[in-house]
Design a binder for this molecule. Sequence first.
Ligand SMILES: NC(=O)c1ccc[n+]([C@@H]2O[C@H](COP(=O)([O-])OP(=O)(O)OC[C@H]3O[C@@H](n4cnc5c(N)ncnc54)[C@H](OP(=O)(O)O)[C@@H]3O)[C@@H](O)[C@H]2O)c1
Length: 481
Amino acid sequence: MAGDDVLVEVGDAATDHRREHMLRIQLGAQRTRQASPKPAQGRRLDVREIVEVRGMAVALDEQVAERRQAILAGPGVVDPEALEAGYELASKLTLAAMLGTDLAVIGHIPQPTARPCRRGSSAALIPGGIAMAGTGLRGPPTAAMIGGMAADPESFRAYVVDRVGDRFERGLRRLAPADLPDGEVEIRVGWSSINFKDGLAATADGKVARAWPLVLGIDLAGTVLSSTDPAFQPGAEVIAHGYDLGVSRHGGFAEMARVPAAWIVPLPPGLSVREAMAIGTAGFTAGLSVVELEARGLEPADGPILVTGASGGVGSTAVAILAERGYEVWAATGKDDERAWLEALGAVGFLTRDEVTAEGRPLESERWAGAVDAVGAATLPYILRTLRRGAAIAACGNASGPALVTTVFPFILRGTALLGIDSAYLAIEKRRGVWDRLATDLRPRSLAERVTEVGLDTLEPALDAIRAGEARGRWVVRIGA
Ligand SMILES: NC(=O)c1ccc[n+]([C@@H]2O[C@H](COP(=O)([O-])OP(=O)(O)OC[C@H]3O[C@@H](n4cnc5c(N)ncnc54)[C@H](OP(=O)(O)O)[C@@H]3O)[C@@H](O)[C@H]2O)c1
């Protein structure tokens, strides 16, 4: 939610229940996110700008507007960061406490729609992982409060592909919850992302979609609306990707999803839902590739690592992860104009697409200590014949095609290995573990850079561009955030 406009509505219980206090704020970056915030303890809300203040006592208007900061914390909680920042004691009190409120609800309200926030007796944790506490907090949020979406909405928007006779159709539709497949967990989707597979699924000849009609989107992140599995409580932030999502079962390009509990990853502390989708399936695959290479013994001191398809989603994230871990990263890219950006991500050297697709001898000079290959076809044989003795490739993509023509010599004369990477059906425990690491020691460098935001009604050009090999980093899809 960082950078978003958010409407905070505070009901003043102390003096006059009918008065509504409105505060529209722009969120800044949340610098600290810790595991499972306890509702009653509150959290610090990093307010970049007070956009609008309405209906508040004049003194408070001035105080808030002047300070351009609001520290929202539970009663009696003093935020250590605020202390360090030298705020005066008054500013460490909650906004709610300053108002003498009994109730504080924060809702994420897409502009320009002003949706009334719900008034109730308790609210603490809201989508985006920010908690806001009033002076009279009682219990966790109800599903109906989450992001302004009712627990059981009558209909919601979804981007659907369909076959009608021999005609291929794609576009926005309204679906009802009854259209969703069975599953334990209903999710209000906040963000999704665009992956190569989505680009294929969005075309008539893509050979990816296996059910009609189908909500596209192979990944999603959002907030649990309801769950029959006690492991996932309403209000919890979660990620789901892979398995059959967006392929043979309705996926993430919809305001609501229903997903088996066994496919769900709790959002790890340290990542927002938007950041999770800035990583998305492509970034997860890059992370998994690094995990598998290192499990086989790869270390930064071993030598240069080649990443192919470097400007794309998998490639750019692999560059960013490896560079952050201290590897010497070389990028193979067909886009010369992306070199500066890839350098900023941590690439120290470049190969052209021609270099990595040229014909060659069965074995050439040993060069690479490891590789992440998102391209396949003619590129993979190049890497195999230039790998150092004992080195491995994480083969995770086929952006330029599925065929593989090579010899056995790299394997039998140099002991190299081809590690197959499949993110879609990776066991859930391992999947959750990789996500935990993506939030910590595998966190990609400059996560927010080269992330292009689209919405449900503007995602088509991105779907076509990714299919055409025009990806530059990652696209995130704002759904209900
Ligand atoms: N194994 C898994 O679980 C898994 C998961 C996610 C993705 N994948 C696969 O990984 C591959 C990359 O995915 P992605 O999300 O990174 O896609 P992407 O964002 O579209 O990036 C693909 C990149 O590959 C390069 N490329 C080289 N030759 C190409 C060609 N002939 N056509 C198109 N692109 C070409 C381009 O980068 P340059 O111009 O920089 O060379 C392109 O930007 C895809 O095949 C995808 O299906 C696999």
